[in-house]
Design a protein around this ligand. Structure first.
Ligand code: ZN
Length: 70
């Protein structure tokens, strides 16, 4: 998990984070499918009030975005 954290700090999507979710604070972000599948889905997006990218956003870092063409 520390490697995933390092990846996100560097603006990289961790290997295996192949699902998209909508963070209420960050917008669309990549997430691990095991996390996405337990989130409530609204308008085709798994949604949550926070995500693993929130701390990257707070630090002013780059967040890679999944396609929003759904
Ligand atoms: Zn977030």
């Amino acid at each position: 998990m520390q490697r995933d954290t390092d990846d996100r700090h560097a603006g990289r999507v961790p290997a295996g984070d192949t699902a998209a979710m909508h963070c209420e604070l960050c917008g669309p972000v990549w997430i691990h499918p095991s996390i996405a599948e337990v989130l409530p889905v609204v308008d085709h997006w798994p949604r949550a009030l926070g995500c693993p990218w929130c701390f990257v956003r707070k630090a002013g870092g780059y967040i890679p975005r999944p396609s929003v063409a759904l």
